[in-house]
Design a binder for this molecule. Structure first.
Ligand SMILES: *Cc1c(COP(=O)(O)O)cnc(C)c1O
Length: 360
């Protein structure tokens, strides 16, 4: 007899993390190139001296610091072990087997996986030809089984953002009992046009079914410590707290994230270099003939169709690790100038091969 494991889990694909190859430039996981600020490293070292104690399960100091920054009450905030765990917890608190979780596709890989793990049904609505969320089609896809909708803005892996008015129109169409998770993992990199600008916290106040998800993994540079947060109505936060795995936001993560918020200006100033490099990299790729949608995140997407996998394999030979999505495209993180140049040199060589990008 083998132990009985839920048979449906066998068909859930495993999460594919970005790979690391020593000696290669890693542009596969949307991390920042730099390590923690000295003040943050110090906070981590200080917290290490009391690792014999359990973490604060209420995450009080971090929660209050976030709440103060955003101008919301602490009971509008729940932190989690990375915002992926909050994505998973949102599914747990909204869905029973057979319920539907709606999201755009292609989008963040966690959404379909976590949905299937919960026994719920993923409903995927294709992006537009410009690789933007098709919010009209998403509104049309809502059924009486829809319990949760993810809107990833900017969208991972395409980097695109929605128009602010389109988002408001969409939220007005969503039944108020259906939770909408606005996943803003890359919000710090957004430099919106006038028509793209919105205040997520304001939207959350206006629509009590909206949950804003943010993370310390990306612009704040704490991917290795695992901490993110949700901003939501007290009823949603109460649900999230009920399913929170005790002590899953560890002491080092709590101390580091709090220190990051105290060094907010310095950390956010770093995003300017990435934004400038994003424009340079995207511009150069387009000159080379690649199709690159407008990105507002710390990565760019290249439409490559069937060339995606061979392109990524060849990049690896050139010592640049990127993220392929076979049959569709590749996502390339914006690193520092040297890293980006190494990728651009490769992309130039690939484009120079016979008709390599001409048919896209
Ligand atoms: C990276 C990412 C997250 C957050 O990841 P954590 O490290 O778990 O906080 C959430 N959503 C999207 C779309 C992401 O790309």
């Amino acid at each position: 007899m083998t132990p009985r494991i839920r048979p449906d889990l066998a068909s859930v694909p495993a999460y594919v993390p970005g790979k690391t190859f020593p000696g290669s430039v890693k542009l596969a996981s949307n991390e920042v190139t730099f390590g923690p600020l000295p003040s943050v490293a110090r906070a981590i070292a200080d917290a290490a001296t009391s690792l014999n104690r359990y973490p604060d399960n209420g995450m009080v100091e971090l929660t209050e610091t976030i709440a103060k920054k955003l101008g919301v009450p602490p009971d509008a905030i729940q932190t989690g072990c990375g915002s992926v765990s909050l994505c998973q917890n949102l599914i747990t608190i909204t869905c029973t087997p057979g319920d539907e979780v709606l999201f755009a596709w292609r989008s963040f890989e966690t959404y379909p996986l976590a949905t299937r793990v919960a026994g719920a049904t993923p409903v995927q609505v294709p992006l537009t030809g410009d690789r933007v969320h098709d919010l009209t089609a998403m509104a049309d896809a809502i059924t009486d089984r829809t319990r949760l909708i993810f809107v990833c803005n900017p969208n991972n892996p395409t980097g695109t953002v929605v128009e602010a008015q389109a988002l408001v129109d969409f939220l007005e169409k969503v039944p108020p009992e259906v939770v909408v998770a606005l996943d803003e993992a890359y919000v710090e990199y957004v430099r919106p046009s006038q028509t793209q600008a919105y205040d997520a916290i304001e939207l959350q106040r206006r629509f009590s079914n909206v949950v804003v998800l943010r993370t310390f993994s990306k612009a704040y540079g704490l991917a290795g410590l695992r901490v993110g947060y949700a901003v939501a109505d007290a009823a949603v936060i109460d649900g999230l707290r009920r399913v929170h795995v005790p002590f899953s936001v560890n002491s080092l993560a709590q101390a580091a994230a709090t220190a990051c918020l105290h060094a907010d200006d310095e950390l956010l100033a770093r995003t300017e270099a990435v934004v400038a490099e994003r424009a340079r990299v995207a511009g150069r790729l387009r000159e080379l003939g690649y199709v690159v949608p407008e990105s507002q995140a710390n990565f760019v997407w290249l439409d490559l169709g069937d060339d995606a996998a061979p392109f990524a394999a060849a990049a690896l030979d050139a010592r640049v690790v990127i993220r392929p999505f076979a049959g569709d495209g590749v996502r390339v993180t914006i690193g520092d100038t040297v890293e980006n140049d190494q990728f651009l040199t490769f992309a130039g060589t690939w484009a120079g091969r016979d008709g390599a990008v001409a048919h896209h």
